[in-house]
Ligand binder design. Structure first.
Ligand code: COA
Length: 204
């Protein structure tokens, strides 16, 4: 895992997902039965591999911070799927968020502050204008429209990952509504790997 951001209260680590089958089996060995079942129903072998690699890395990272075995990490899920540590885990202040895009994943960890992360590979998205019109706030849409054509894709992905990261911190999903003001968050844009864009947000 490669550190992308590292401060006292916020860490972001990035890793590649398309490892050798042996490495994926080893890292995924600690998954729960539920997680194996989730992997099994994914249609594409590539998606199964990427899910197992991400979940395995998440369990190893959380386990190292909690002082337990990766297979003993217990997760719970919010109303629309936000994972968090179960109340039985020793450190209740540890917060995390996960994102993957193509063959890269990131995990953000924070102490006591709600955190959300999202990454996207920079590749052409044909519907950017429509999505921006539908999902961005009026000022954000205005800034997007003012970008030069060659800046639009990256500008779109910066705003999009910010929106996704905030929705993940809230745990409400993109459907919202956001329960409090976006200004309650510190927003940091980062590059997990060349040709990717990421945003991490932590509650102030
Ligand atoms: C959760 C959501 C933000 C995922 O975004 P994405 O860009 O497709 O995928 P990412 O790889 O970045 O993130 C996936 C990870 O986010 C986490 N996650 C899932 N639901 C979450 C939620 N409600 N809040 C925070 N994090 C969530 C999980 O760790 C998941 O990893 P997993 O699939 O390995 O379990 C998005 O699908 C969503 O909003 N879902 C909620 C349901 C919803 O609102 N549906 C209506 C959509 S308009």
């Amino acid at each position: 895992m490669m550190p992308v951001l590292d401060s006292d209260s916020l860490e972001v680590l990035a890793f590649r997902l398309d490892a050798e089958p042996e490495a994926i089996r080893a890292i995924g060995d600690c998954l729960s039965e539920d997680e194996f079942r989730r992997a099994e129903v994914l249609r594409l072998e590539r998606d199964r591999r990427r899910f197992v690699a991400t979940r395995g890395q998440l369990r190893h990272l959380l386990a190292s911070r909690l002082g337990v075995l990766p297979s003993d990490v217990e997760l719970e899920y919010g109303r629309v799927g936000k994972p968090c540590l179960s109340r039985r885990m020793p450190d209740q202040s540890l917060r995390f968020s996960v994102s993957r895009s193509e063959d890269v994943a990131v995990i953000a960890l924070s102490k006591a502050r709600e955190v959300g992360v999202d990454i996207e590979a920079v590749r052409p998205v044909p519907e950017t204008d429509d999505i921006a019109a539908l999902c961005f706030s009026a000022p954000e849409y205005e800034s997007y429209r003012n970008l030069r054509p060659e800046e639009r894709l990256e500008g779109f992905l910066r705003s999009w990952t910010r929106l996704e990261a905030i929705s993940k911190a809230f745990g409400c999903g993109l459907g919202g509504p956001f329960p409090s003001n976006e200004r309650d968050f510190t927003v940091i844009t980062f590059v997990p790997k060349p040709a990717y864009i990421g945003t991490v947000v932590v509650r102030n």
